[in-house]
Design a protein around this ligand. Sequence first.
Ligand SMILES: [Zn+2]
Length: 263
Amino acid sequence: MPAKVSKQVRVLPKFTLDRPIIRDVKKIIIGLAAVLVLAGGYAAYQALNQADEPEAATNNNLNEAEFDKSLYSLDQPGSLWWVVNKQRFIPGDYLPADLTSPDIKLRWAADAESMQVREVIRSDLEAMVRAARQAGHELMLVSAYRSFAYQKQLYDNYVKAYGEDEASRFSAKPGTSEHQTGLAIDLGRTDGKCEIEQCFGDTAEGRWLASNAAKYGFIVRYQKGREAVTGYQYEPWHFRYVGRELAAEIKQTGLTMEEYFGL
Ligand SMILES: [Zn+2]
């Protein structure tokens, strides 16, 4: 059977060819193993590096995460995000339990009612005033907490002087003032220039605050051109504490508190 023999002969060289292929396969396996070892080492190195930079990793997670708009109540008296305006009244007898006088320059005596703020905002307020000083701007607390009774006295005086319509554009009816929450403050220059006046927004101090207050958890509550939404004319001196996270959100979106929460 010569045909069969010739077939077998032709088969033999195929077997001999197999040896170099096997050697190649071995080389490939060794190569792959080397690559895996290197990749594993690199991954471990990366992991170690990341462990050294926990802040960077945390920030990335924060950016990716959706901001939780329901973290604090908008309605609960005393809540950090309690929204108070002309439609959302404060109970007349609401008194913050943690009022304290901040360690910054004060317009009036430290024990005056209007020089009190809630303890929860104190450290950020003091840090903001220190940062302003480092940037060359001296700030003073002009007015903070106001009780229902004090706000009534203020408002009644304004109404006598300007009439109710005009007075209500810049002064809150008792029970509708954010100042009663202890979370709102009026800031000014230490020389009193532009105190509680719109020109404060054009001073170096007012501009610094507009740019930097959010870093310390404060927002410009009554923005320019938003009277129809907030019910108040532009008040570059009036800041509301909402915490650093929400303040950053609100500053970034350019919305008022009412718009941001869809109220
Ligand atoms: Zn104010």
